[in-house]
Ligand binder design. Sequence first.
Ligand code: TYD
Length: 136
Amino acid sequence: MEKVKLINLPKIKDPRGNLSFFENSNHLPFEIKRTYWIYDVPGGEYRGGHAFKESHEFIVALSGSFDVVLHDGRQEIKYSLNRSYTGLYVPNLIWRRLENFSTNSLALIVSNIGYNEKDYIRGFDEFKKIKEDVEK
Ligand code: TYD
């Protein structure tokens, strides 16, 4: 879990409205290959519920709030994201579940690889086994 971290992004305060941004290399520990977003999440629903073999992600609550529950095979930790200038870096081989979405929340996610179903680990037991094997 030690590689997981919250990253504060620049916030350019302005009476006309604030502005934040991130750039490849300068703010994230990987190069961005893909961007997607999750929105219109009905109350009580969750997203994720898997880990990635190779994909690293950076998750920002651009609007509203939600929780990111992470598991590294040993321990669980919950991050509540609710600021558009703070994101969560989640490296590969970390189980994640996004839940507790507020009304109209918008989750922006960038990844270091293109979409590839083969990169998903969708079973928690399989995930734990892979973690045990890489830590041997
Ligand atoms: P999935 O990653 O399982 O959703 P969640 O964010 O809840 O973990 O993706 C749901 C579906 O969306 C999946 O079957 C394929 C599609 N999808 C893409 O085509 N491209 C993408 O970049 C992503 C993230 C998903």
